[in-house]
Design a protein around this ligand. Structure first.
Ligand code: ZN
Length: 327
């Protein structure tokens, strides 16, 4: 008889932490969100993250096969250390060891960058199901990507493969928070979109726009573009062009079957921009008429599903959703 197994996914973001208990079909059985405590990382991991994991352990016990932790920033997944996560204010935090010592049952704990985790989430439970070659593009507050090639996660020597938000593509481009100029993230992110809108509003010398300056949101810009506001349409056009350019580069380097667009902003602009992105990409790459690279919208219900999917991947097992054989 098939025994039901669960994984715990924990996505640690700058403002909130998402927990999910996921079964082998990719169904989220329990989920919870708590605000991120930005001071005293050790105490926070022990008292808040550890506490929630222990609640799951008490309830589901031996059916839990492992924990996946997803965080932003530069991490060492082998040592289990978050080396530098600016948004969390974490530097050299031994998150895996701290959590291991805070939970009531020994479990394998895996750590990865959030976009890498989301890539695995798409592979097992989302728009990348049954696809061995795809690129995940996460457009949210920032911009990041992950990829699976021939069914293997692309991680790189520093575990920073496809961390492309801070790749500078325009030496005369806008100043980025990282210190460089013209990073992709200055165009392709919620923060970037708002900053560019404020610049155009200020330069317009139009009181209607000037009034919106500094209170505009990415969501509002999207609805303005839908109503054919010229500045919002210009901004969306720039996003489509940059995204098309990045996809052309990634298509040439990785040759994926699919691009999966995720992140809050990515999902919000998907229907509006995909045709233009595809056109821009195809104009820049070697022409191949058969088997075109397709665009898909992320279908994960919570970011913590990606973190949970890491357990399936690194424990080297297939969830029920991909393996119908009884064990
Ligand atoms: Zn940058």
């Amino acid at each position: 008889m098939h025994r039901e197994t669960y994984t715990i996914g924990i996505d640690i973001g700058g403002t909130k932490i998402a927990f999910a208990l996921i079964d082998g079909e990719g169904v989220v059985r329990e989920d919870k969100k708590i605000p991120t405590g930005l001071s005293g990382s050790t105490e926070f991991i022990q008292n808040e993250i550890g506490k929630q994991v222990n609640i799951f352990i008490k309830k589901y016990g031996s059916s839990i096969t492992g924990i996946g932790l997803a965080t932003p920033g530069y991490i060492d997944p082998v040592a289990g250390i978050v080396k530098n996560a600016v948004n969390l204010n974490w530097k050299d935090v031994h998150v895996v060891d701290i959590l291991k010592n805070s939970i009531e049952k020994p479990l394998p704990i895996y750590l990865q960058r959030d976009t890498v985790a989301e890539t695995l989430g798409e592979y097992y439970f989302g728009a990348g199901k049954n696809c061995q070659d795809f690129v995940f593009l996460g457009i949210g507050t920032g911009f990041g990507a992950g990829a699976l090639t021939s069914g293997q996660l692309l991680t790189g020597f520093h575990n920073m493969a496809l961390e492309i938000g801070h790749l500078s593509v325009d030496e005369k481009g806008p100043q980025c928070a990282c210190g460089n100029v013209g990073c992709i993230e200055t165009i392709l992110s919620g923060k970037g979109l708002v900053n560019r809108a404020n610049e155009l509003f200020a330069a317009s010398h139009d009181p209607v726009y000037e009034k919106m300056k500094d209170s505009i949101t990415a969501r509002k810009i999207i609805s303005m573009a839908k109503a054919h506001d010229p500045i919002a349409e210009e901004l969306m056009g720039k996003m489509a062009k940059s995204l098309g350019f990045i996809c052309a580069v990634l298509k040439s380097v990785i040759d994926p079957e699919r691009f999966i667009i995720g992140g809050g902003l990515g999902k919000a602009i998907f229907n509006m921009l995909t045709d233009d992105v595809e056109k821009e990409m195809n104009a820049r790459v070697f022409k191949m008429d058969d088997r075109p690279t397709r665009f898909y919208k992320s279908s994960l219900k919570t970011s913590a599903m990606g973190a949970g999917a890491m357990v399936w991947y690194f424990n080297n097992i297939l969830p029920n959703s991909l393996n119908n054989k009884n064990e």
